[in-house]
Every structure is written in structure tokens, then in C-alpha cells.
Design a protein around this ligand. Structure first.
Ligand SMILES: [Zn+2]
Length: 385
């Protein structure tokens, strides 16, 4: 064990071992005055050990239940990383405590305080069970403390939410942040991941995932980890994440713009059951047409319209609706414009809109409107009645 109490003072085995005078002093009281730091320890008398094979440690003189001893049995890498984070946070001037017993029979690795907010930092690996995660979560919530797991494993820049083990999935799905931290056992670098929870038009999801992925990734040194906006972060993470989201939105916007230009399309989409908005319908027959010397095949639906015609109609309808809503928005008071804009942002489910901040309200609104899927678009429309 790393820590012990002597004369009501906490001492650390590593610290004692670093100084000959201190070690000589502690050896005099070893097994007599050294006490286990766990207040519920059944057999609190400790001895100090420091040989040549193992680094210095404290051990119980007699057997007995002890939560601190249990906690200290975790792989030594967790202890090393815990102390590395602790020293780094202290160096940044943060209010941080290490190895605190605030839950039942459990030691919290680190507790960070930022004003009223307290964050319990737990280090874990793939062995952490579902019941442990949820038990801690409920106890921390009861104490008004938020809990953040840092997973000790290997870093993989490209991960998929459905192919990682439960502790990682749990962090990615936590509704407030959707963020995961991983420290690499070999390189000791730290990675921050954030899952994009926005919804996109279904026809672009495959292309978006291929180009950008569903999870944003950034890597840094353990010493880089800091508090940003009262939560753990690599410096500048949220800005980079927003820029990434913006790229994804622009990708969709570009695709949508291209779709709105009434170009002739091949019929292959329609034959696969390709839908334009909610106008999905089974093709009834195929029509061959010839123009400019190019033979084209076009699907005719039961209502007598071809694929091209249906796409044109759908796009024209959508464009008209967008224009109408922007016109309506223009005539609102600034107060109402702000309300509507905030509502649109809320249902768009972006976390950060910093890229839009410089634009006039109307332009922001138009931009968001063009990207909203039909169902959410209709919600904004209803809000503006
Ligand atoms: Zn003990």
C-alpha cells in the first residue's frame, strides 16, 4: 500500500523511500505506530517494507478486512496514472484530492473541485462491471457529484460505438457529454472521443460515416488534461469538435444543394425503392426516353409521374416552404426571432453554434432550416404559427 498514517499525518511510501533519514525514522516505528489510513480497517497496524526487488510499500501486520488494501490491489498502472494526473492537476493549481473514501467500501481515485462543481475521476479498464458502474453512478449522484471514467487501455483513433466494451459504451452514451477518455497503457497518451448525436438525412449517413465517422477523436499528453467549461477536456477540444460538426453539416448542405438543382437522374435509385421525402411509392413501369442522342430510362410511378418529375416536385415544395418560413421570420420582432432560432438550434441538437455566431439572425436561421430533416423542419414551422 502506498499510504499510511503516523502521528495523525499521512505519509507515502514513495516519499519515505526517497530520503534515507526519513526511511530510518519510519523503520523505527514500523509495526508499532504506523496506522492504516482506512477508518474502517479491521487490523490497522502497518509495517514499512522496502527491499531491492519491489519499490517501497506499507503492509498490514495482521490479516483483516480493509477497503484501502482492496483498492490498492488494483494494477499498479492505475496507481501510476492516478498520481501522474494528481501531480498534473496540482501543478495547474486545481483543487484536487486523491484516494478519498466518500462511497461505501470504495476509494475514489481523484476528486476535482471547480467552485460548486465536484467531479469524481475513476480509472478503470475492461474488467469494470456494469453493476459497479451503475452502483457508483447512483451513489455519486446522491452526493451531488458527477463521475467521469478514464479508461486505461490502448488508443485506437477510429472506434465504433457498437464495437467497444461496456465501460466505453457507457461513457459514449452518457447523455450530458457523450465523451470517452482513454489513456494508452504503452504510450501513456490520452485520447478524448465524442460521439455525434445529431440526426442526419438517412440517405447521407453511410457517406458521412465513411468520410468523418460518428465519433470525433483527439489525442494529447496526460499533462494536457484540464478543466474547460467545468468539465475534463483536452485544450480546445470543444472548438475542434464544433469545426468537425460544421464540416459534416456543410457536406450535407452541399449534397442538398446539388439535389435541388433539377438535373436528370438515372432511374437506379427509384428501382431500389429510393424515396424523396415521404413520397415513397412502388414503381409501376419503366419509360424509355431519348434526348440529345442519349437514351435514358426513367421509372413511372402509379400516379403517372416519373422519378425526375417527383424529385423536382418534392424539391420545389421544400424550397418554397423554406422561403416562406424565412419571409415569416424576417417579419418577426427580434425577440421572437431569437426565440425561434433558439428552438431550431435546440432541435437541431448541435452542442456548439460558435461557427454561426457572427452571422445575422436571419442567415443563421436559413442555414439551420436547410439542414433540418423534414420532421424537425415541420416542428419549427409549427412553432412559428
Ligand atoms: Zn487497512
Amino acid at each position: 500500500m502506498e499510504r499510511a498514517k503516523w502521528n495523525d499525518l499521512e505519509i507515502s511510501a514513495t516519499d519515505i523511500a526517497s530520503d534515507y533519514q526519513k526511511e530510518a525514522e519510519i523503520r523505527k516505528v514500523s509495526g508499532k505506530e504506523l496506522i492504516c489510513p482506512d477508518p474502517e480497517c479491521e487490523s490497522p497496524l502497518l509495517k514499512y517494507c522496502h527491499g531491492e526487488k519491489k519499490s517501497a510499500y506499507f503492509a498490514h501486520l495482521h490479516d483483516g478486512n480493509c477497503d484501502y488494501e482492496q483498492f490498492d490491489r488494483q494494477p499498479s498502472i492505475l496507481r501510476e496514472i492516478r498520481y501522474q494526473l494528481y501531480e498534473s492537476f496540482k501543478g495547474k493549481g486545481y483543487d484536487v484530492e486523491i484516494e478519498k473514501k466518500i462511497l461505501k467500501h470504495h476509494y475514489t481515485h481523484l476528486i476535482l473541485k471547480d467552485g460548486e462543481k465536484k467531479i469524481a475521476v475513476e480509472l478503470g479498464d475492461k474488467t469494470v462491471s456494469y453493476s459497479k458502474i451503475t452502483e457508483f453512478e447512483s451513489q455519486y449522484t446522491g452526493l451531488g457529484i458527477s463521475c467521469k471514467w478514464i479508461v486505461v487501455d490502448e488508443i485506437n483513433p477510429k472506434i465504433r460505438e457498437d464495437s467497444v466494451y461496456f465501460l466505453k459504451r457507457y461513457e459514449l452514451n452518457r447523455s450530458t457529454e457523450n465523451e470517452l477518455f482513454v489513456i494508452d497503457v504503452n504510450t501513456r497518451k490520452i485520447a478524448q472521443y465524442k460521439m455525434d448525436m445529431r440526426s442526419y438525412p438517412p440517405q447521407y449517413i453511410v457517406a458521412l460515416n465513411k468520410k468523418y465517422g460518428q465519433i470525433f477523436f483527439m489525442q494529447g499528453e496526460i499533462e494536457d488534461v484540464c478543466l474547460e467549461d467545468k468539465h475534463l477536456s483536452l485544450p480546445g477540444f470543444s472548438l475542434k469538435y464544433s469545426a468537425w460538426l460544421e464540416q459534416k453539416s456543410q457536406f450535407v448542405e452541399e449534397k442538398e444543394k446539388r439535389k435541388l438543382i433539377p438535373v436528370h437522374k438515372s432511374s437506379s435509385g427509384a428501382e431500389k425503392g429510393f424515396a424523396y421525402g415521404n413520397m415513397q411509392q412502388k414503381p409501376a413501369s419503366t419509360m424509355i426516353s431519348r434526348s440529345n442522342g442519349i437514351t435514358r430510362q426513367s421509372t413511372v410511378f402509379e400516379d403517372g409521374l416519373t422519378t425526375d418529375e417527383r424529385a423536382r416536385q418534392y424539391n420545389a415544395k421544400r424550397l418554397k416552404e423554406i422561403e416562406e418560413l424565412i419571409e415569416k421570420f424576417r417579419n418577426f420582432s427580434q425577440y421572437r426571432q431569437n426565440n425561434v432560432l433558439n428552438y431550431a438550434k435546440k432541435i437541431m441538437e448541435w452542442q456548439v453554434f460558435s461557427s454561426l455566431e457572427e452571422m445575422p439572425l436571419e442567415e443563421q436561421f436559413a442555414k439551420i432550416l436547410r439542414m433540418l430533416p423534414q420532421e424537425k423542419f415541420n416542428k419549427v414551422k409549427r412553432q412559428m404559427i
